[in-house]
Structures are given as structure tokens and as C-alpha cells.
Design a protein around this ligand. Structure first.
Ligand SMILES: *Cc1c(COP(=O)(O)O)cnc(C)c1O
Length: 366
């Protein structure tokens, strides 16, 4: 038996008629740029989140960048980001001319260690970008307290956490604004690149919308110079067709995680933890092993495809070597690099596939 890491075609097959109709309608109505599907998806996703504004854009990386620009963050400013994330989180800070300042992560949940944030705040710090990594929310209560105390903006990177919650409150609704990615493999994924910004702040939403569309709200009235980062019409139609299934897919991911948890109890590996009253939406199911590389090869032999998110923590990437990062600064993120392994996780996993993965992991030990 072969278990792929993710199977996007299986999801398409389960909603083929809705997707095919959405694509055909978009072409028939020639709603390629802007148009009804974009507006409808923005308002449907805003309603899903319980926020006043969703502004679609080209991808999740752009959404982080545009939000920072809209907040006036730029040259000379510092932005606090976790040491463990996808590079977009720090790359976007540099793209607006500011400096990403890394903070180590928690050992159990992979999210930013809130006890280490205050030491990283300087007079230049303008914002914090917590990442709800792998689908587990960062500790937003403490982050918002720190932000209030120091007058900082908070942009939640929700790229991996559509629908995740803390005490029933959805991620993306705690900070000043939220950034979403709809990269195909994300919990809500388009059939190409797509992203969105979300906020309750009217002025921020308008500014972000202007920046993403050449500085105009009304055509040919360029109040500022912006850029071209619009949500593609076809992608919006696909996302609109998929959104009604998001909750069901999330529940399936949570069930699969529970199955893994039960079956891997005695595997001797560290399994992902969820804090009490947190809703983890399991974008990824990340286990930890001292013998990670051997486990990865063994699973490949057993037909189980795995991945590493991410092989190198942000401060240790080549592009940040000029800062001379030391292991002592980021002990947890550094230790995770050689231990973490993402095993197959997607809503359409079958019971047999789950069993096969769990049996293979358990076999590694014996
Ligand atoms: C996917 C992702 C992004 C943005 O991704 P895009 O590919 O630009 O849509 C940002 N942050 C994190 C943590 C991500 O996983």
C-alpha cells in the first residue's frame, strides 16, 4: 500500500461537480479579474471568520507584506517573528524594508515562546507576527497583552490554521489583522496561488485593498502607488465552492489526528500536543524522533510518504547567516530541526491508510 503525503485529487473527486460548475461559470461570465466570485468569496470568508473585512490578494506572502505596508511598517523598524515557520513570515518583513527579529519556539507546540518575546522588544519594534504553525494556535492572550503594553501591532499568520480556535474564538480575530494563504495544500486551498487579508479595521482594509490593486479603489484614481496582487477570479470561484466544506474537512483532520494519537501511544515518539481549550486544525501532524532520518527512510520503504516542515529553522537559513545566529539563542527551534517529521494528513485519508501509516511507524521501533 502507498500512502501519499497529501492527495489533492481525492478532494477534487469528492466535489467535482461543484468545482467544474464554478470554473465553467467563471469562464462563461468572463470574471477573470475581479467580478462576482471574488466579491462573494471575500464576504463569505469574512462571515466565516466573523470579521468585517476580507481583502483577497495573490498569495499569503503578499498578504503579510501588504498588511505591513498598510500599517506603515518599513525601513528602520523591527518585527518579531517565530524562529520556526515557513520563510514567508520573515521574508515579508524584509520585503517592506524592516528587520525580522526571531524568537525561539515552544517545545510542545512549535509556536512562538511568549515568555521570550519581551526580551526581543526594542524601541524600533513595531509589530509581532505570531504563526499558528501546523494548525495549533499561538498563545494569543499573552501576545495581545504584550502588544498592548508596548504599543505594537499584531498580524496573525493564519496560513496553516483556517478555523483554529482558542476558547471558541477563531484565530485571525485576536490581532489587528490576519493573513491567510490558500496555497493548494493548505486547509482551504485554491488550484494555484491565492491569499487574503482579514481585519475589523475599516481604514486598514481600504489601504490594503488599494495597495493590492495599484493604489486605486475607483479605477484610474491612483491615490498612491500600489502593486498588482489581486485574488484571481478563477481561484476565488474555486475557493467559494470549497468553503462550505471547510468545517467538515477540519473535523476529519481532527479525527485522523485522534486516530494517530491512539495508535501511536506506545510508539515511543513525541506526538503533537494540544493545549487545553485550543482547537488544533492539524494542517500537519508532526511527530518527533531522535532517529528521524532513519524513520523517514523506513516509512518510505513501507510506502508512506512524509515531509519535514522545515529542515532548517529560519535563523539558520543561508540568507540569515550574516547575523551569526547561535544555537543558544534558539535551542528549541534548533533541536526540532533534526527531530520533526510530518506524516500523511488530509481529510480524505481512509481508515486503511491511517492504519497502514500507524502500523509502519510502530514497526520501526520493534
Ligand atoms: C503557506 C504559508 C505562507 C504564505 O504562503 P503563500 O505560498 O505565499 O500563499 C505564510 N506563512 C506560513 C506559515 C505558511 O505556511
Amino acid at each position: 500500500m502507498r500512502v501519499p503525503f497529501v492527495d489533492l485529487y481525492a478532494q477534487y473527486e469528492s466535489i467535482r461537480s461543484q468545482i467544474d460548475r464554478a470554473i465553467a461559470d467563471s469562464i462563461r461570465n468572463t470574471s477573470f479579474i475581479g467580478g462576482q466570485p471574488v466579491r462573494e468569496f471575500e464576504s463569505a470568508f469574512a462571515e466565516y471568520l466573523g470579521l468585517n473585512h476580507v481583502v483577497g490578494c495573490a498569495n499569503g506572502t503578499d498578504s503579510l507584506e501588504i498588511l505591513m505596508q498598510a500599517m506603515g511598517i518599513g525601513s528602520g523598524d523591527e518585527v518579531i517573528v517565530p524562529a520556526h515557520s515557513w520563510i514567508s513570515t520573515s521574508e515579508s518583513v524584509s520585503a517592506v524594508g524592516a528587520r525580522p527579529v526571531f524568537v525561539d519556539t515552544e517545545s510542545d507546540n512549535f509556536t512562538i515562546d511568549v515568555s521570550k518575546i519581551e526580551a526581543a522588544i526594542t524601541s524600533r519594534t513595531k509589530a509581532i507576527i505570531p504563526v499558528h504553525l501546523f494548525g495549533h494556535p499561538a498563545d494569543m492572550h499573552v501576545i495581545m497583552q504584550l502588544a498592548d503594553k508596548h504599543g505594537l501591532k499584531v498580524i496573525e499568520d493564519c496560513a496553516q490554521a483556517h478555523g483554529a480556535m482558542i476558547e471558541g474564538k477563531m484565530v485571525g480575530t485576536f490581532g489587528d489583522a490576519a493573513s491567510f494563504s490558500f496555497y493548494p495544500g493548505k486547509n482551504l486551498g485554491a488550484y494555484g496561488d491565492a491569499g487574503a487579508m482579514a481585519t475589523n479595521d475599516d481604514a486598514l482594509a481600504e489601504k490594503a485593498r488599494m495597495i493590492a490593486n495599484h493604489g486605486q479603489i475607483t479605477k484610474h484614481h491612483h491615490r498612491i502607488e500600489g502593486r498588482n496582487s489581486r485574488l484571481d477570479g478563477l481561484q476565488a470561484a474555486i475557493l467559494l465552492a470549497k468553503l462550505p466544506f471547510l468545517n467538515q474537512w477540519t473535523e476529519q483532520r481532527i479525527q485522523h489526528a485522534a486516530t494517530y494519537h491512539t495508535m501511536l501511544q506506545n510508539s515511543g515518539l513525541d506526538l503533537p500536543a494540544t493545549k487545553p481549550a485550543y482547537k488544533h486544525v492539524f494542517h500537519l501532524y508532526v511527530i518527533q524522533s531522535e532517529k528521524r532520518d532513519a524513520l523517514k527512510s523506513f516509512l518510505a520503504e513501507q510506502g508512506v510518504e512524509t515531509a519535514i516542515h522545515y529542515p532548517t529553522a529560519l535563523p539558520f537559513l543561508n540568507c540569515y547567516q550574516n547575523r551569526n545566529p547561535s544555537t543558544d539563542q534558539f535551542p528549541v527551534a534548533h533541536a526540532h530541526q533534526s527531530r520533526i517529521l510530518s506524516i500523511p494528513m488530509f481529510a480524505e485519508l481512509t481508515e486503511q491508510q491511517l492504519q497502514h501509516v500507524a502500523n509502519a511507524v510502530n514497526k520501526f521501533r520493534s
